[in-house]
Design a binder for this molecule. Structure first.
Ligand SMILES: Nc1ncnc2c1ncn2[C@@H]1O[C@H](COP(=O)(O)OP(=O)(O)O)[C@@H](O)[C@H]1O
Ligand SMILES: [Mg+2]
Length: 336
């Protein structure tokens, strides 16, 4: 029987043999882990679970004790640091066990919102024009950028640090927002030209043969037309706020076949350019004129049953356990 070690992060350490009952039952807690765990069991694997917080030794111990055929990697952070997910994955790679999802080098490239865009632009994939502001240097409005801009942390996820105030229309608020990210969040910042348009989420699965899954879209209901319609932290995660404004995530309607084809071509080109594998999700903006911008490539995006990728897979006829089995098989075929 294939032995799967499922590794994920928790914001605290637990003792060996911990049962995760509380975390896995909590709809705001380890719900992705719970979904994947149930699916792995349903697929008939011999599943072992390991959570990591701020110490890598439990990983070494578990690999020695369990001797897994494959690691199902669900680590998003290490010691609460978002971009240390790549360091944990790199450690798994050193142990020679095949891991699901992206490689540590893809995590490294895509966690940095500027670095991934530099590569995409080289491959002629359209992305918003941008400028990076590292901490400890002077902040100014570069002549190369046209206002309005959106100011974001360079290396964050899940819209942390993104609100309506992230959209800036003059130099003073531009500088103030960059400084807020430097000082209050202790992170480097990226300023991007604001792209007005539809917000699409396009998932791709595959290693050699790539498959684009049906596109999802966030729509902004009653939000005033002159308000920036973006996926802020609240728009993604605050149910009361979403209800108040009629913000919804659903399958993208009325995508002309020609546009759909261009989207697939662009996302596949981006996937290859960044040397992605297994599964990924692209956050796109599509303008009224039909220009497609890649705003963000997400490697190892959320794979919970209710999230975009699994919903898109289901629509394409791949039910949740099949999706999880596919991801495990991709890793097993790679052998390290
Ligand atoms: N250049 C941009 N133009 C328009 N909207 C943007 C731009 N960059 C980000 N956004 C909006 O902010 C959201 C979050 O930005 P993103 O770069 O995807 O960060 P995160 O990693 O936090 O998801 C996007 O889904 C989009 O709605
Ligand atoms: Mg995003």
């Amino acid at each position: 029987m294939t032995r799967v070690l499922m590794v994920f992060d928790l914001p605290y350490a637990v003792k060996p043999g911990y049962d995760f009952a509380e975390e896995f039952a909590d709809p705001d807690g380890s719900y992705t882990e719970n979904d994947v765990y149930q699916a792995l069991l349903e697929c008939g694997y011999d599943v072992h679970r390991l959570s990591l917080f701020d110490d890598v030794r439990p990983l070494l111990d578990a690999v020695r004790d369990v001797n897994p055929d494959v690691i199902f990697n669900l680590c998003d952070t290490f010691h609460d640091v978002t971009h240390w997910d790549k360091n944990i994955l790199a450690t798994m790679e050193l142990l020679g066990i095949p891991c699901t999802g992206a490689s540590s080098s893809a995590l490294f490239l895509c966690n940095d919102k500027a670095l991934s865009k530099k590569i995409l632009r080289f491959h002629r994939v359209r992305t918003p024009r941008f400028h990076t502001f590292y901490r400890g240097h002077k902040v100014w409005l570069p002549k190369t950028l046209k206002l309005p801009c959106i100011i974001k942390p360079l290396t964050e996820e899940a819209s942390r640090g993104i609100s309506q105030a992230s959209i800036v229309d003059d130099e003073a608020s531009f500088v103030a927002r960059v400084e807020m990210i430097h000082e209050r969040m202790s992170l480097d910042a990226i300023a991007e030209e604001y792209i007005d348009g539809r917000e699409l989420y396009v998932s791709i699965i595959g290693d050699r043969a790539l498959r684009m899954l049906p596109a999802r879209e966030m729509t902004f209901g009653q939000m005033a037309e002159d308000e920036p319609r973006i996926a802020t932290y609240k728009a993604k995660w605050d149910d009361t706020y979403r209800k108040r404004w009629g913000i919804k995530n659903h399958f993208a309607k009325t995508l002309e076949p020609e546009l759909q084809k261009r989207i697939a071509d662009i996302c596949k080109r981006a996937y290859r350019a960044l040397n992605l594998r297994s599964y990924a999700r692209f956050d796109l903006r599509v303008t009224a004129a039909g220009q497609i911008y890649v705003v963000e490539p997400n490697v190892n995006p959320c794979i919970a049953k209710d999230d975009e990728l699994a919903q898109s897979a289901l629509k394409a006829g791949i039910n949740y356990p099949s999706l999880i089995r596919k991801v495990v098989n991709q890793a097993l075929r790679r052998k390290g």
